[in-house]
Design a protein around this ligand. Sequence first.
Ligand code: 5GP
Ligand code: MG
Length: 244
Amino acid sequence: MYLAQQQHIRCRRNFKVILCKILFIVRIWEAISYKRVFLLMLNLLVRAVTIRSMGNLNDTDCRGRSDSGLKVLVSREEIAARVEQLAAEITDHYGTGEITIVGVMTGVFVFLADLMRNLSMPIRLDVVSVRSYPGTSTSSQGPQLTLPPKADLNGRDVLLMDDILDSGHTMKFLLDMFSASNPRSLKTCVLLRKTLSQPVDRPDVDFFGFDIPDEFVVGYGLDYDDLYRGLPDLCVLDPVEDAG
Ligand code: 5GP
Ligand code: MG
């Protein structure tokens, strides 16, 4: 009887020990699960923040926005590298003498600002404004001078800068106008030179950044209906409508 009682007590003790062990394992399992849930939530939070900041980036970045009608033609890195080379070519030509840059607003302003900061000779700056692609039109309507130059270009080394050489009407119009002011020299510089499918009689430029295909481009200062100028890359735009 005594032995049977002893065995019963030992049995209950063993049962309690096993129960304790099971509970201990369950607690550890729960702790691991909590940790996993916590890590999962942290992961989700980090992802949400990253996706949000990428969304903000896309507001000014046409990379990854091909679905919205924009695709990168020349990247910001390619532009930066070429602008440096271009500045070296211009410096080779002019040396350390003073030059007067006349920029054709507004499309050239980003290129102009970047190029100027890569040049070390003394620079005088003037701007003119020519309207050739009004509003939502993506074909030239013929140049109209809307802001004349302020500087007297007589006797100066003038570098005429524009964003893009397309039909060449703007460049020809300005070259004719500036030549009449008797500058000491008159050179031209554009960021982009369009390769046209039809040969046209257009003035060539002395310095240029890139030859591009005959497509309508925006970004890096160039617009469509005054939009997209802030895009850091040069992008091709598929116009919704062409009023010209
Ligand atoms: P062009 O007189 O050579 O036909 O045109 C030159 C002007 O037209 C440039 O200064 C530029 O303002 C505008 N232009 C020509 N092609 C494009 C283009 O693809 N995109 C944009 N945004 N403007 C252009
Ligand atoms: Mg222009």
